[in-house]
Design a protein around this ligand. Structure first.
Ligand code: COA
Length: 341
């Protein structure tokens, strides 16, 4: 197996043409959480860095496909691409509106993309990073030319906003963000190294049970937990710190680069302390690893592309840069996607 680019058609590159985002209007601040559970702003900020997150109005139709469609419309507009030019839509999500149709099929319908290929990919918080690797490979194969990659999740509907569920309730928010990719004559642009990993044995640390048989330990069953995020915070924290650092290290090694060669580390925002540990380990300056978790919390698949979009809007993304997308999450999953812009 190779982790670097070159296995596909050597003559095709992949360029990121534009990006966009969609955030629900409703804000859920730490003060709002203090009002419905036993917690405090001080505790949340100290342990996670989060001060507020967004919450989609799911019951009134603000579902994952709605956020995903809005994010893609914006990305198409910044890319100056008409929906009819797309030939593939990939949506990273673990919270589709319903089991079927897929979010990608709904998005294709809503933007009027015609009968193009539409696929959902579920790798939880690693979804967008995984999907960027899949998209790059599909473009370089020569089969697809213009591809939308969307990270969209509305995970707050799987949260118990009471003291019983406070461990996970403080962390998560809803959002969507998208990029539009196109085949390029310069084979040097696009993904240059990647890693994708999983550890199903660790799934017991982060899961959403639908039935009592979904509990790895039957003694843990409690009706209040059904359909809600179940998380062993300390186990996930340890996994995230170690795998996050390992995947950065492996990707740099695969690409023959050092951390100094990377212009932006675009990281999944799960906890500011996890990001800080990676910054310290690799000596990454603050301006190269944007942290926006305080505003949005952990938005699952939307998390990394939200960071990318914030950087783009600030005028900090330029052709010629090297950008490493990084994420870890339920599954367990973790991965990287290193791009030459
Ligand atoms: N408010 C106040 N107190 C809380 C609380 C909350 N929201 N959640 C838990 N506590 C309490 C616990 O009950 C416990 O009390 P006790 O000592 O009396 O038993 C104490 O705080 C410590 O709990 P613990 O779970 O050990 O806290 P922690 O330092 O591990 O922080 C997390 C909890 C969730 C913030 C942290 O484990 C974490 O960020 N883990 C990673 C989660 C993650 O990244 N998930 C997504 C991956 S994609």
């Amino acid at each position: 197996m190779t982790h670097t680019q070159g296995a596909g058609r050597a003559s095709i590159g992949v360029r990121i043409l534009g990006s966009g985002l969609c955030l629900p209007e409703k804000r859920l601040t730490n003060a709002d959480l203090e009002a419905c559970m036993d917690t405090s702003d001080e505790w949340i900020v100290k342990r996670t860095g989060i001060t507020e997150r967004r919450r989609a109005d799911w019951d009134n139709g603000e579902k994952t496909s709605v956020l995903a469609t809005k994010a893609l419309r914006e990305a198409l507009s910044t890319a100056k691409i008409d929906p009819s030019e797309l030939d593939l839509i990939l949506v990273a999500t673990m919270t589709p509106d319903t089991p079927t149709p897929s979010v990608s099929c709904i998005v294709a319908r809503e933007i009027g993309a015609g009968n193009i290929a539409a696929i959902d990919i579920n790798a939880a918080c690693s979804g967008f990073v995984y999907t960027m690797n899949v998209a790059d490979t599909m473009v370089r194969s020569g089969m697809y030319r213009t591809v939308a990659v969307i990270g969209a999740d509305c995970v707050t509907r799987h949260i118990d906003y009471s003291t019983y569920g406070r461990g996970a309730a403080i962390l998560f928010g809803d959002a969507a963000a998208a990029v539009v990719l196109r085949a390029d004559d310069n084979p040097g642009v696009g993904m240059i190294a990647q890693r994708m990993h999983s550890d199903g044995a660790g799934s017991k640390h982060l899961f959403i049970p639908e039935h009592c048989s979904d509990f790895p330990d039957p003694d843990d069953f409690d009706e209040r937990k059904l359909d809600k995020v179940q998380m062993n915070g300390q186990a996930v924290f340890k996994f995230a710190v170690s795998k996050f650092q390992q995947v950065i290290n492996d990707t740099l090694e695969d690409a023959g680069l050092t951390a100094d060669d990377i212009d932006h580390f675009v990281c999944h925002q799960a906890n500011s302390r996890i990001l800080e540990s990676a910054r310290e380990r690799f000596g990454i300056p603050e301006e190269k690893l944007l942290v926006n978790i305080h505003k949005f919390g952990n938005t699952v698949s939307a998390s990394a592309p939200l960071v990318f979009e914030e950087l783009r809007r600030a005028g900090k993304v330029e052709a010629g840069q090297k950008v490493m997308f990084l994420a870890f999450g339920a599954g367990l999953t973790w991965g990287s996607s290193l791009w030459q812009l």
